[in-house]
Design a protein around this ligand. Structure first.
Ligand SMILES: *Cc1c(COP(=O)(O)O)cnc(C)c1O
Length: 367
């Protein structure tokens, strides 16, 4: 159905940028620059500057960014990696495919890793921790970094939802041994297909990921250093992303303004808990605007009737998907979120009218 208020609007997104995107694609094709060319290097350089790190390495997804970062950090069989239960499955699959054991912990009221839970989960086998900066809000990296240093854990950030968010003035993806980003079309910086990147200050991590993303080969010498993967960021994708990265600061400001408008409109409404407001060192990028709602499923059906499109991330705890073979942890906050969370329309194209219509519909439901 056609929604009056779409969750995202890829057609409008393209319409606004058509000239620039078309020129990037056609220019790349006309030059015959398909694989590992200047457009990729240019995007990697601009991304590294934007995040505030020395290196960025383009890969084909955040999944591969996570997987290759774990391999580059030497994580494998016999190792435990702590991450959250409230995340997209790819965070956990990367750990499994690296040969390590994922240990899932609970989140706090800001949807991010609860540091007390992390501390309790650390064992002599724990080698790494993957904080997930969910919805465009960075985890408490002061406490996490201190814990990681004390226990000698490698930190690999899942920053798929947090490009442009910061904590204490430092960008998401610049704290750990590696930061992992997604350019899946509906991320804040979205390509025209899959894409991702690893950011790091460590030249060894950058080099190993660069080898692993393309069959383990050192392209200068022709030497194969690893059994690698075919996980490059395509040159055409890089050209489009390089164009869009220039708009990203403005888009994030827009997301923040729409988030403030939601918060203003929904404040004080019984039945709804609002997402954290930043300040105190946090600067959120609002990949998603997520509320916790009483009678969530009924609200969602009502909003659909009203022409407002919403999403739920996620309605079933990841460990309850039998095919994943994950041990069943006891994570009460994550389980409660599965019943309560609902993501409201949010993108660079979301308008004040969209927000106001959504707020009015939510108020009508509870009122
Ligand atoms: C989108 C997302 C991923 C996966 O990104 P892909 O580029 O699709 O592989 C991983 N983690 C989180 C938190 C995400 O939101």
């Amino acid at each position: 159905m056609a929604y009056r208020v779409p969750f995202v609007d890829p057609r409008e997104h393209y319409r606004r940028l058509k000239h620039e995107i078309d020129a990037a694609i056609i220019g790349t094709l006309a030059q015959g620059d398909l694989v590992l060319r200047g457009q990729l290097r240019s995007f990697e350089q601009h991304l590294a500057e934007f995040v505030g790190v020395r290196y960025a390495v383009g890969v084909n997804s955040c999944y591969h960014a996570l997987h290759l970062s774990l391999l580059a950090a030497g994580i494998g069989s016999g190792d435990e990696v702590v991450t959250v239960g409230h995340t997209f499955v790819a965070t956990i699959s990367a750990v499994v495919h690296a040969g390590a054991s994922p240990v899932l912990v609970d989140v706090g009221k800001d949807f991010n890793m609860d540091m007390a839970c992390l501390e309790r989960a650390i064992t002599p086998r724990t080698r790494a921790v993957i904080p997930v900066h969910l919805n465009g809000r960075v985890c408490d990296m002061d406490r996490l970094s201190a814990l990681a240093a004390r226990h000698r854990l490698v930190v690999i950030e899942d920053a798929a939802q947090a490009l442009g968010a910061s904590f204490g003035g430092r960008g998401a993806g610049s704290f750990g041994a590696a930061g992992c980003f997604s350019f899946y079309p509906f991320k804040a910086l979205g390509g025209i297909g899959d894409g991702g990147a690893v950011t790091t200050n460590d030249p060894e991590v950058a080099r190993t990921v660069t080898l692993l993303r393309f069959n383990g080969e050192d392209r200068e010498t022709g030497e194969f250093h690893h059994h690698g993967y075919t996980a490059l960021l395509d040159n055409v994708q890089a050209a489009v992303l390089d164009v869009k990265l220039r708009h990203l600061p403005r888009w994030i400001e827009h997301r923040r303004a729409m988030a403030a408008r939601y918060t203003e409109g929904l404040r004080g409404l019984a039945g709804v808990a609002l997402p954290p407001i930043d300040g105190d060192g946090y600067h959120d990028s609002f990949q998603n605007y997520v509320i916790r709602a009483h009678r969530r499923d009924a609200l969602r059906a009502f909003l659909r009737e009203q022409g407002v499109e919403t999403l739920v991330h996620w309605s079933k705890p990841v460990w309850q998907h039998k095919g994943l073979g994950l041990p069943g942890p006891d994570l009460p906050e994550t389980e409660a979120l599965c019943e309560e969370v609902i993501s409201l329309p949010m993108s660079a194209e979301t308008t004040e009218e969209h927000v106001d219509a959504t707020v009015a519909a939510i108020r009508a439901f509870y009122g």
